[in-house]
Design a protein around this ligand. Structure first.
Ligand code: UDP
Length: 312
């Protein structure tokens, strides 16, 4: 029975990943500071034999007894308001934290998958984004703590590979949504659904013509496991290339919820990327992976989840 450490395992993607690994009959040690992760996710996972939890920040020394084969590093606040709330902590997580996990991987001869992000491409001038594109990041803007932090995290992984032969996998995760997003997470899909269900105005930032490409969480988790178990180091884009405008997302959410909420336009945050869409040719060719859940199906599931959650 393989042992996985999942840092950020009480978070949105992390909790789904823990569930999938447990369902495969593997052991999971979930490490989470619960800064943005949820106690409720941990409680639900405790029902599985083979699950254990450590409340811990990855930048603090982490000692694990016994063998560890796989480390998935998903620890980092990921929504702009959350990662900007304490930019120093965000940078520390992606530098000190990643160095600590590389050392842990080396000590256990484990494989480390680093959750990187489409934000390494910044406000991209190339469209769609391929892994070879080096990006257009503002190094001194409000998003930089996350964008540059994740870029350094990638650097550290490849230095770990070059210097110590550490087995690393780098996944560049594009916008992902689904059940178990925190209602106050601050990202667009959860904001719109929560607003629509509460009868509040849907806050479209700017004119809503900016685009994103949204991947349902089950597709993402399949991709992460496939990359971990492949021979490819990456960096590899994982995301759904189905590109939509933010305004269209607002309209779809209104239609799906039957809400009478209005759409209002508020100020566009600084450095908000104008267009984003992954080129997933590499993942298709290497992993045989591509998303299967359509936006319409995924939004339906997510709305159903929030209806239940908010009604509690
Ligand atoms: N956005 C919006 N209203 C919201 C939250 C976000 O219009 O309540 C926009 C945001 O400006 C961005 C897009 O939706 O253009 C995606 O934002 P999110 O924070 O979900 O992710 P990211 O910007 O990191 O892709």
């Amino acid at each position: 029975m393989r042992t996985n450490i999942v840092t950020g395992g009480a978070g949105f993607i992390g909790s789904h990943l823990c569930e999938s690994l447990l369902a495969r009959g593997e052991r999971v040690i979930c490490v989470d500071s619960l800064l943005t992760g949820s106690e409720a996710h941990v409680r639900a996972l405790r029902a599985h034999a083979g699950f254990s939890f450590m409340r811990q920040d990855i930048a603090e020394p982490l000692r694990i007894e016994g063998p560890v084969e796989r480390i998935y590093n998903l620890a980092c606040p990921a929504s702009p308001p959350r990662y900007q709330a304490d930019p120093f902590h965000t940078v520390r997580t992606n530098t000190v934290g990643v160095i600590a996990l590389l050392e842990l991987a080396r000590a256990h001869r484990a494989r480390l998958l680093q959750a990187s992000t489409s934000e390494v491409y910044g406000d991209p001038l190339e469209h769609p984004q391929r892994e070879t594109y080096r990006g257009n990041v503002n190094p001194i803007g409000p998003r930089a703590c996350y964008d540059e932090g994740k870029r350094v995290a990638e650097t550290l992984c490849f230095d770990g590979l070059r210097a110590h032969g550490t087995q690393v996998r780098v996944a560049r995760i594009f916008n992902t949504y689904g059940p178990q997003m925190a209602p106050d997470d601050g990202r667009v899909v959860s904001n719109f659904i929560v607003q629509a269900l509460a009868g509040e105005d849907l806050t479209v930032y700017g004119d809503g013509s900016q685009t994103r490409s949204f991947c349902y969480v089950s597709d993402m988790v399949r991709g992460l496991i496939a990359l971990m178990e492949s021979d490819a180091t990456g960096p590899m884009n994982l995301g759904n290339p189905d590109e939509r405008t933010v305004l269209e997302i607002a309209q779809r959410v209104l239609a799906l919820t039957g809400s009478r909420s209005r759409i209002v336009h508020v100020a566009l945050p600084q450095d908000d990327p104008v267009r984003r869409k992954p080129d997933i040719a590499l993942a298709k060719a290497t992993l045989g992976w591509e998303p299967q859940v359509t936006l319409e199906e995924g939004l339906k599931e997510t709305v159903a989840y929030f209806r239940k959650e908010i009604g509690k």
